[in-house]
Design a protein around this ligand. Structure first.
Ligand code: ADP
Length: 181
């Protein structure tokens, strides 16, 4: 099962992605986690990514695409994977489609976790991650609306999109996702 999770920052992709890992026994690939690890390790790639992350802007495609490509080449992705936070733009989605076509492993489903902005801001302020301050949150929501939301149309046209209400109990949301898959 090859799945993409799409949703605004704070929509629960990470949490539900972890539950999907346990349920399907396939790995989760989170570009946010990979980038934060690179920043923490102080790698050249992490140094390049940090400014964009701190500002709530997208990290350059070559960095993110390279990371995903490397991760997808690991043998544990053979039975499928869950992508969390990638793709985040039409250009990234087209690159991913080409990459997966080359591997003869097209996506099965794209799950959109639908949560309104007011709830998102509330959750992110409660979460308190380093990049969860009000100005950055506002930027990330704008970036999501402008760059990531168009993916819903893109995958809708491919008949791969399932929109799931991302509000309510964690288990209820999870059940909705598994039903949609
Ligand atoms: P959230 O979903 O809360 O925005 P993430 O952990 O997915 O958090 O991402 C954190 C930051 O990492 C983003 O604001 C962005 O700067 C960077 N990032 C993550 N994924 C990508 C991506 N696919 N393309 C570009 N930048 C990314």
């Amino acid at each position: 099962m090859r799945i993409v999770l799409v949703g605004a920052p704070g929509s629960g992709k990470g949490t539900q992605g972890d539950k999907l890992v346990a349920h399907y026994g396939i790995p989760k690939i989170s570009t946010g986690d990979l980038l934060r690890a690179a920043v923490a390790a102080g790698t050249p790639l992490g140094k390049k990514a940090k400014a964009a992350m701190d500002a709530g802007q997208l990290v350059a495609d070559d960095i993110v695409v390279g990371m995903v490509q490397e991760r997808l080449a690991q043998p544990d992705t053979g039975n499928g994977f869950i992508l969390d936070g990638f793709p985040r733009s039409l250009a990234q989605a087209e690159t991913l489609d080409r990459m997966l076509a080359g591997l003869k492993q097209p996506l099965d489903k794209v799950v959109h976790l639908d949560v309104d902005n007011e709830e998102i801001v509330k959750r992110m302020l409660a979460r308190g991650r380093a990049d969860d301050n009000e100005a950055t949150i506002r930027n990330r929501l704008e970036v999501y609306a402008a760059q990531t939301r168009p993916l819903l149309d893109y995958y809708g046209k491919q008949k791969k999109l399932a929109t799931v209400k991302g509000v309510g109990g964690l288990e209820d949301i999870f059940r909705r996702i598994v039903t949609a898959l």
